[in-house]
Design a protein. Structure first.
Length: 263
C-alpha cells in the first residue's frame, strides 16, 4: 500500500490495523480550473460536474494509486440506500475500463480485502467506518437529506449485519461545510434540528444555519460509536472543493472523496 503521509492531495486518518483510509483534497490531479482551486492540477473525482470523463478517470486512477487498490464509487442521490460490494465488484473495478458507478446509493459497505470504497463530496459530510476486528468497512454521504433520512444509521445496520460491533467500530467524519458557514432558511433549520437536534446552528453573521458534521457525530454516538472529526470547513479551506463557494462565484467545482479499504 502507498504511504499517504508522503503524497500530495491526501489527508490520512487512522481507522485501525488492516485498514487504509484518507480524504483527498482539491490538489494533486490533472484537472484545470474551475476543477482546481490552485495553480496546480485539481484532483476532481466527480463525474457530472462538467469536467471531462477522461480527466476524471486519470484522477480516479491517481486516487487508486494512493490507496494501492481499485476504488468503487456510487451514483449518490441524497438518499439512504446502501450497496454491499464484494469479489465481483473488485474484479470489475480493477479492470482496465472500470465502471463509472457501482449503482445508485449513498453508502457502500464491503468485507472484500483490496477493494476501496469512495464517497464524493463538496460540502456534504463524508463518513468513513471500519471494524478492524470484523474486517468490514463502509462509507456514507450525508448531506441535509441524508442526515434526515438516516443514511449513517443504514450504513451502520449494514456493518452490523456483516458482524461489526458498534463498540468496536471506528469512524471519521470528514471535511464538510461547517455550521458557521452553512446558512439556510429558518424553516429548514427547524425541520432538520427537530429530527437531529445537534444540527442546530447559527452562522457567524447571526443567521440560521445547519451543522451537519455535528449531526452525524450525534447519530453515530446514538449507535455507540465515538467518531473522530476532521475540523476542516470546505467553504473556508481553499485546498478543498466547495459547491457553495463555487456557486457564489458563479462557477462550478470538483468533488473530493473519503476513501477506505481493507488491506
Amino acid at each position: 500500500m502507498s504511504d499517504t503521509r508522503t503524497l500530495a492531495g491526501v489527508h490520512p486518518v487512522d481507522l485501525g490495523d488492516g485498514v487504509h483510509a484518507f480524504f483527498t483534497t482539491a490538489t494533486g490531479g490533472v484537472s484545470p480550473a474551475p476543477w482546481s482551486t490552485s495553480g496546480s492540477g485539481g484532483l476532481n473525482l466527480g463525474l457530472n460536474v462538467s469536467d471531462s470523463a477522461e480527466r476524471v478517470a486519470v484522477n480516479r486512477s491517481l486516487a487508486a494509486e494512493r490507496l494501492g487498490a481499485p476504488v468503487a464509487f456510487a451514483t449518490q442521490v441524497h438518499g439512504d440506500r446502501v450497496l454491499e460490494l464484494g469479489p465481483a465488484e473488485r474484479t470489475r473495478w480493477a479492470a482496465r475500463r472500470a465502471p463509472a458507478s457501482a449503482g445508485e446509493a449513498d453508502a457502500l459497505v464491503t468485507a472484500e480485502r483490496g477493494l476501496g470504497l469512495g464517497v464524493l463530496v463538496a460540502d456534504c459530510v463524508p463518513v468513513l467506518l471500519a471494524d478492524p476486528g470484523a474486517r468490514v468497512v463502509g462509507v456514507a454521504h450525508a448531506g441535509r437529506n441524508g442526515v434526515l433520512s438516516g443514511v449513517v444509521h443504514r450504513a451502520m445496520d449494514a456493518l452490523v449485519a456483516r458482524g461489526a460491533d458498534p463498540a468496536r467500530v471506528r469512524a471519521v467524519v470528514g471535511p464538510a461545510v461547517c455550521g458557521r458557514c452553512y446558512e439556510v432558511p429558518a424553516t429548514m433549520r427547524d425541520e432538520v434540528a427537530a429530527a437531529v437536534p445537534a444540527t442546530f446552528a447559527t452562522t457567524r453573521e447571526g443567521t440560521p444555519g445547519l451543522d451537519l458534521p455535528s449531526g452525524v457525530v450525534a447519530q453515530l454516538a446514538a449507535r455507540g460509536v465515538e467518531a473522530m472529526r476532521v475540523e476542516r470547513c470546505t467553504l473556508e479551506d481553499p485546498d478543498l472543493f466547495s459547491h457553495r463557494r463555487a456557486s457564489a462565484a458563479g462557477t462550478t467545482t470538483g468533488r473530493q472523496a473519503g476513501i477506505i479499504a481493507l488491506i
